[in-house]
Unconditional design. Structure first.
Length: 104
């Protein structure tokens, strides 16, 4: 595999976990919360953010592939594989956010 392929995988891994490791939208946009209360992203907002980040990673991977040479046309089977793969890449962030025991 070329370095562009590894770069695309690293970007996908980071982007898949981004919704779960912080309370900001896309890691930069602060969310409004009540005064004195910590912001809390809803689960649906995290899923929507994950979908948008999947599309962003797809665009970045497309440009990396076009830099190498021929860009292959993708059919529905490609997306049927890459969407679940992106969700699997998000598993470490999901575990840290929802399944880990909190120290009080």
């Amino acid at each position: 595999m070329s370095s562009s392929s590894w770069l695309a995988i690293a970007i996908a891994l980071a982007a898949a976990n981004l919704p779960f490791i912080n309370e900001r939208l896309f890691g930069v946009i602060p969310l409004n919360s009540a005064p004195g209360e910590a912001p809390n992203k809803s689960g649906w907002l995290r899923v929507a953010e994950l979908l948008v980040l999947y599309l962003v990673v797809g665009v970045v991977a497309y440009f990396l592939e076009s830099r190498i040479g021929n860009v292959f046309t993708q059919v529905k089977e490609f997306y049927m594989i890459t969407v679940p793969l992106f969700v699997v890449l998000a598993f470490p962030g999901f575990v840290m956010r929802y399944l880990r025991k909190r120290q009080h």
